[in-house]
Design a protein around this ligand. Sequence first.
Ligand SMILES: CC(C)(COP(=O)(O)OP(=O)(O)OC[C@H]1O[C@@H](n2cnc3c(N)ncnc32)[C@H](O)[C@@H]1OP(=O)(O)O)[C@@H](O)C(=O)NCCC(=O)NCCS
Length: 184
Amino acid sequence: MEKIKKLIGKNVYLGPVPKKNISKLVKWMNDLDVAMYTCQATRKHTIETSKKFQEECLNDMSIHYYGIFTNDGNLIGGLDLREIDSINRTASLGIIIGEKEYWDKGYGTESTKLLLDYGFNILNLNNIMLEVFDFNPRAIRVYEKCGFKIIGKRRKSKFFNGKYYDEIFMDILAKEFNNLKLKK
Ligand SMILES: CC(C)(COP(=O)(O)OP(=O)(O)OC[C@H]1O[C@@H](n2cnc3c(N)ncnc32)[C@H](O)[C@@H]1OP(=O)(O)O)[C@@H](O)C(=O)NCCC(=O)NCCS
């Protein structure tokens, strides 16, 4: 099948998720090793809910969801810009690499930079923010490598496995992002 590449990096590209791959999204969201780091662990995920989400994304201009593919076309994760506010030029970012054997190989950092480039230079955003649990130092490291800064935290707002954790808020401005592949 032809690969549809929207944003092309060195080791990954971002593009729409083909219908035949929807079961992968469901698998990731039901894998607690992955979902525990997101707000999806407590939700129900089936083929139907995933199909519905994909359809909503098509009709909703406030969400841009893309699959993360290795160069050989293997879908390993997904990421999105959501709550896009075109008046104030703001959005929120989320990412998962659902295939765990691909963690710690640089794919998350490269994909996040590609999406930031798209957000700032194609969608004309000015501020992109995200939330991350304090028990996820890998993700925090990725976001710092991309230029995000910690702007605050909500204390003891995540109750998980018998313990409270903080939610950390991070953001980045267009002028702080210096990986301007698209602009070049
Ligand atoms: C978080 C995630 C997107 C990161 O993607 P990735 O491809 O694994 O990350 P990268 O390989 O690009 O970078 C990982 C970095 O974290 C570092 N790291 C890994 N484990 C770490 C730890 N326990 N503490 C501190 N840093 C850590 C790595 O060394 C690397 O940094 P470096 O390049 O300076 O050495 C991915 O692991 C994932 O999807 N995890 C599950 C879902 C999730 O957490 N989503 C984010 C929710 S906010």
